[in-house]
Design a protein around this ligand. Structure first.
Ligand code: ATP
Ligand code: MG
Length: 314
């Protein structure tokens, strides 16, 4: 061990990454991953809870890895891998499931939110926090950069670690979430949490036209002079001091403000988009192959210990 902290996060290839994913999870990872031993996952098995289209999933996995690299993650300095390449995630999830009461999982807010939004209440979605706990605990993760919606899930991971440690002896580290103030919940075009599965996103690497179209659809509240949803997103791209003059000058002119926001997003994204265009599918496959080898080596060691501790190794 290098003495560096272990950092890990993951995003689902359940759709196209959006600016909420970027500011809530990806950018916080990019900002600190070089000071840590860092792992960045594509949690493809998680996305099966909502996505049932194999061709789409394959495509999304490729796109997400391109997004990671374009956003600034250097594959030689972080382990970029996909969850399904390391079967130990599934194995550990089962063992942890046998320690977590159903009543505890029933308190999961993200599950309730998704079901309330009309997503299928399948058992995978219900057990999601346990698979996520396995993702985190397998690598002795200390810090998990996430959006606010995942705070409770990291708490589940701590609980799973504690339950296992109590039952079988000290094995897992209790991880801490890292939520960056002001970006924990980026609102979507409807004012609710921006989510791939809610159809309310501004795509991170959309074309200029796609980004403009999404921005123009942001729901505005006509009761005040400042369109709050527009402003909350705009704050991610410009300082409040810079925005004060613009929002004063364009008071009540929602269309102008949205156009200004679309232009600011475009100038922010354009350089990353250019970098992204140079990444090939073959590059992605190589990155995932290398990452899988490194992740597997660590996960298999950890699981050998776990299997012995629970009593299945003779
Ligand atoms: P899905 O709708 O399929 O759950 P999602 O958009 O919520 O997709 P996830 O892959 O579940 O994205 O989450 C990846 C990371 O992005 C997590 O750390 C999550 O907390 C963060 N995140 C997701 N949406 C937002 C948001 N609107 N604001 C800030 N962070 C977010
Ligand atoms: Mg989500």
């Amino acid at each position: 061990m290098s003495g560096k902290k272990r950092l890990l996060t993951g995003l689902q290839p359940s759709g196209t990454l959006h600016i909420g994913n970027y500011f809530g999870a990806l950018k916080p990872f990019v900002d600190q991953y070089k000071d840590s031993e860092s792992f960045l996952m594509v949690v493809d098995y998680h996305s099966l809870t909502s996505l049932k289209d194999p061709a789409q999933l394959r495509q999304n996995i490729i796109e997400v890895v391109k997004d990671y690299v374009a956003a600034g993650v250097d594959p030689s300095q972080a382990v970029i891998f996909k969850q399904s390449d390391v079967l130990e995630h599934m194995e550990l999830a089962w063992i942890l499931e046998c320690l977590i009461p159903v009543s505890y999982l029933e308190k999961a807010v993200a599950y309730k939110d998704k079901v309330a939004k009309g997503l299928e209440a399948n058992a995978g979605l219900f057990n999601y926090p346990i698979l996520m706990a396995a993702d985190i605990l397998l690598y002795d993760t200390e810090v998990v950069p996430v959006g606010s919606d995942q705070k409770q899930h990291v708490e589940y991971a701590r609980e799973a670690a504690a339950k296992f440690n109590t039952a079988y002896g000290k094995t897992f580290i209790e991880p801490q979430e890292k939520i960056v103030e002001g970006v924990g919940v980026v609102p979507g075009t409807d004012g609710k949490k921006m989510s791939k599965s809610y159809g309310n996103t501004i795509p991170l690497f959309g074309t200029k036209e796609e980004i403009t179209k999404a921005v123009m659809c942001i729901v505005t509240d006509s009761s005040g002079e400042r369109p709050e949803n527009v402003y909350q997103i705009h704050k991610l791209f410009k300082s409040e001091a810079e925005l004060a003059a613009l929002y004063e000058e364009k008071k009540g002119k929602y269309k102008d403000l949205k156009e200004a926001l679309a232009a600011d997003i475009e100038s922010f994204i354009a350089p990353m988009r250019a970098k992204r265009d140079a990444i090939t599918d073959e590059d992605v496959k190589q990155i995932l192959k290398d990452g899988a080898e490194k992740a597997r080596a660590m996960a298999s060691l950890k699981m050998a210990d776990v299997r012995t501790k629970v009593g299945v190794t003779l």
